[in-house]
Design a protein around this ligand. Structure first.
Ligand code: DC
Length: 229
C-alpha cells in the first residue's frame, strides 16, 4: 500500500517539529519541514543583501536556489537542509531568521516558488509535512490532516526552554511577544494564511507531553487507515 501524505499545520511552538519528526520515525516516513524552506530564502536573501520586503527579488531568489533535504543523520533527527548543496541547517535556526522567514513567506512570488518544491518533495507519499498551509494549499487532498495548537503561554514556555537549552540569552517575555507577532503575521497575510483546513483533526497540546502528542498522532494516522511501513 502507498504511504500516506500526513499534513501537520499550526502556529510556532505548538510542538509541530519535534512531534512530526517522531511521527515520521515511527511510521518509517520521510519528514518534510516546510518552514526550513522559507528560512533558507530569508537566510540567502540576508547574505545577498536582498530586502525581506522585496517580493519580486525574493521570488526570483526562491525560484533559483536549489533546496533539498538529505536523509536524517540519526534516528528521528532533523533532516539537514542543503541550500545549493551546502548544509545550512544551523544558520536557518537563528532568531532573526525566524523573523525573516515569517516576513518573506507573506509574499505571493515566494509562496508560488516554494509550492512546487514542496509538492515535488511529497509526491511519492509516505511523508509527514509540517508547516502552516499544508492541509489548505500545498496538499489539500492529504490523507491525514492535523492542526496542532497550544496556548500562547505554553508555546512561549517551550520556545524559551529550547532557546535556553541551545545556549541563547533570552528573556521569556520577549520570546512571547515575538511569537505572538509572528503568529499574527502568519495568520493575517492574504496568501495561504495559517488556519486549520475544514477537515483537519484539531489537537491541543497545551496539557500533553511529547509522548502523548506522538501517541495521539499515530492513532489519528491509524484511524485514517494507514500504518507504519
Ligand atoms: O515552522 P517555522 O518556524 O520554521 O516557520 C518559519 C516561518 O515560515 C513561519 O513564521 C511562517 C513561514 N511558513 C509558512 O508561511 N508556511 C509554511 N508551510 C511553513 C512556514
Amino acid at each position: 500500500m502507498r504511504g500516506a501524505v500526513v499534513a501537520i499545520d499550526g502556529p510556532a511552538g505548538a510542538g509541530k517539529s519535534t512531534a512530526a519528526r517522531r511521527l515520521a520515525h515511527r511510521l518509517g516516513y520521510v519528514l518534510i519541514d516546510t518552514g526550513a524552506l522559507y528560512r533558507a530564502v530569508a537566510l540567502v536573501a540576508k547574505e545577498r543583501g536582498i530586502d525581506w520586503d522585496d517580493a519580486e527579488a525574493l521570488g526570483q531568489l526562491a525560484r533559483t536556489i536549489e533546496l533539498r533535504f538529505s536523509p536524517a543523520p540519526s534516528e528521528g533527527g532533523r533532516p539537514p537542509l542543503l541550500v545549493d548543496g551546502a548544509d545550512r541547517s544551523d544558520a536557518i535556526r537563528a532568531p532573526d531568521i525566524s523573523e525573516g522567514a515569517s516576513r518573506v513567506s507573506a509574499h505571493p512570488p515566494v509562496r508560488a516558488a516554494l509550492l512546487g518544491v514542496q509538492r515535488a518533495m511529497g509526491a511519492q507519499g509516505g511523508c509527514v509535512l509540517e508547516g502552516r498551509d499544508i492541509g489548505t494549499v500545498v496538499f489539500p487532498d492529504a490523507d491525514v490532516k492535523v492542526f496542532l495548537t497550544a496556548s500562547l503561554d505554553a508555546r512561549a514556555d517551550r520556545r524559551f526552554e529550547e532557546l535556553v537549552d541551545a545556549g541563547a540569552e533570552v528573556d521569556r517575555d520577549s520570546v512571547m511577544v515575538e511569537m505572538a507577532r509572528r503568529d499574527a503575521r502568519d495568520a493575517g497575510r492574504d496568501t495561504a494564511p495559517l488556519r486549520p483546513a475544514a477537515d483537519a483533526v484539531p489537537l491541543d497540546t497545551t496539557a500533553l507531553d511529547l509522548d502523548g502528542v506522538v501517541e495521539r498522532l499515530v492513532e489519528i494516522v491509524r484511524e485514517a487507515g494507514f500504518s507504519a511501513r
